[in-house]
Write a new protein. Structure first.
Length: 95
């Protein structure tokens, strides 16, 4: 259970009530609460103000859009660029 789900449950607040207070659709709150969506920073800040939860509780630490996470996953973090040069292997370069 996410911190948001715990908070809403403990305060008997519905997804619809929180959504109205922060200015988004109820379905977005439902997805965030279930851990199936990550709020924008603006929405996370609004939810944080309304609930008292820290923004860190609303945005996963391993966001796949974060460059370090993308690099670890072997994704191209600059998909629009035409460079096809391989990423150097740091271990080989150090030898």
């Amino acid at each position: 259970m996410t911190k948001l789900a715990e908070h809403l449950s403990s305060t008997n607040t519905t997804d619809a009530v929180l959504a109205a207070k922060v200015g988004c659709d109820r379905s977005m709150i439902t997805k965030i609460k279930a851990g199936k969506a990550t709020p924008s920073l603006r929405l996370a800040a609004a939810i944080s103000r309304e609930t008292g939860l820290p923004i860190e509780a609303l945005i996963p630490a391993s966001d796949p859009c974060e460059p370090a996470a993308a690099i670890r996953a072997g994704q191209d973090i600059h998909p629009g660029e035409s460079s096809s040069a391989p990423i150097p292997n740091v271990v080989e370069a150090a030898e």
